[in-house]
Each structure stands twice: as structure tokens, then as C-alpha cells.
Design a protein around this ligand. Sequence first.
Ligand SMILES: [Fe+2]
Length: 313
Amino acid sequence: MATAAPSDHSDFTVTPVSPALGAQVVGLDVSRPLDPSTLAVLRDAFQDHHMLCFRDQRLDDDQQVAFSTQFGPLELFPEKDKTKGKIEVYNVANVSPEGEHLAQDDQRVIFQRNNGRWHTDSSYRYIPSLASIMYGVEVLPDDSEGGETGFSNMLAAYAALPDDKKVQLEPLHQVHSYADIRRLEPTMPPMTAAERDALPPVTHPVVRVHPERDYRRSLYFTANTSLEIGGMTHEDGKALHRWLVDYVNKPEFCYFHRWQPGDLVMWDNRVLLHRAIPYDYARYRRVLRRTTVAGAGPIMGPFWPEARKAAGG
Ligand SMILES: [Fe+2]
């Protein structure tokens, strides 16, 4: 958990934004390459706070890609029509890359609506992402409602589970399917055969073990790629999924980020769920640009040999 005190690093500060997660970084220009000592401070802060907001940035797409690759190789987005200029830059917007305010029934806006469900990015991949990095180009005015990005801390959520729920969840998996977004948002056009072939459904453990955190455990599930937990009857799997979605809304796990122009928000997809809070899509323009740092390996469950060994089993 974050502490309340800011930490100074000669030219910039890192200050926690909530007890649950997150810190803001003020006084650092990330448009230029970072020196190794600054990168080391940021990696530590990212490990501790799970979400960093770099205030007052001015970035073009190339600079955002250059900043992001300092944390690892980037993912390419699976559907080119939702990217901006480069296939590494995902256009999270109700505005087209050409600047046109999109209709509410445009499939790119519907896709944004699906991101209003709790999720972690790229869970539909066999190796899901490590981090997402999102830059605020156009954001909602201060007096508008919605538009925040909500985060929920799955390390804290797992730790606070009742013991019987920990036992129940330990062996379980969820199916994550990119194509299933169409089940949740039926008006979206079908994927092409090539897209479906590139992104078959995958399963991930619902309890995730973190080797880089002394094998601590967190929850790992989504509400935007399927609506069931496996390993039980369909009805029980749906009910357990609903329970989890409700559970992670507890205020003590959550922080809701209100965007300012020039915010660059970087979050840990291994540890946090996030969701886009709905807003008046017809009235307001909102343009965010996302890059995604690829993960290093598949999700380790508590039943993996390494995890069992670490637990003394
Ligand atoms: Fe997302």
C-alpha cells in the first residue's frame, strides 16, 4: 500500500494519490530519453504504486512510443482501424484519427463502451500485457460527469478475501476471448477469419502468483472478455463471476483518475483492473492514446510447480 509522503528526486517528486494505489509524478519531462537512475526510480515507484501519472507532458506518437519502449517491447494492436498512425498506438477515443467526432453507434465508440467493464488489457492474449501507458490529448471539461479511468488493486482484493473464497478460487480459470466482446456488444461487426485465427480464446488462472513479488497472490479476471468462471456449472460460474465483479468495486481497493490534458498514465496490468467511466459520448470529445508494454510470460497460477515450491509444497 502507498504511503502519504512525497519523495524527492532532485528534479521531480512522486506523491501517492490514494491509499489503494497510484502516485503522481511532477516535474519530469518524459519526452526525452530518461537516464538510468531516473528509470530505476520510476521502476521502483511503479512496483510500489502500480499506477503512475506523469503530469503536464507534451508528447507526439513517436515520443510516446520511445518513452514506452524504455519499459519493454510493445504490443501491436490486433485491429488496425482502432490505431493512430502507428500500429503500436491505440486510439482510445470517440474521435477518429482524422479528428471527426464519431456517432454513438460507430463500432469504435461501442468498443470504448465495452471498456467500461472491469478488465486488464490484453487478457485475451496467451501472454497478456505488462503495462498500459495512456496519454490525455483531449479530456472532458472539469464540470462534466464521467470520463474517469477507474482502477482496482487486485493484490489488496485477494488479501481481503474470506478464506473460503481463497480456497474456492485457487484452482479455477477464466476463458478470455477477444471474439466474445461481440457477445457483450452484439452490434459490433464480426471479426475476420484471420483475426479470429490470430486470437483464439485463452484461459488464465483466476488467482495469479507474482514471482517478482515474493510469489504474492492477486486476483486476475475480467468482465469484458467473458462472463463466467470455469471449472463449475455454467450457473455457478456466472454467479461467481458476478460476485467478483461486485467485490472489486469496494472503495478501499479503488482509485478513479480524473484526466487533465497532458496526463500520461502508466498502470500495471498484472496487478490492477481498470474501467472507463461512461460519459456523454454525443456531447463531449475524449481522445486518449495508448501504448502497451508486452508481458514476459504466461500467468502463473498457484498450482504451477514454481509457485508450489515457493509456498513450501
Ligand atoms: Fe483497457
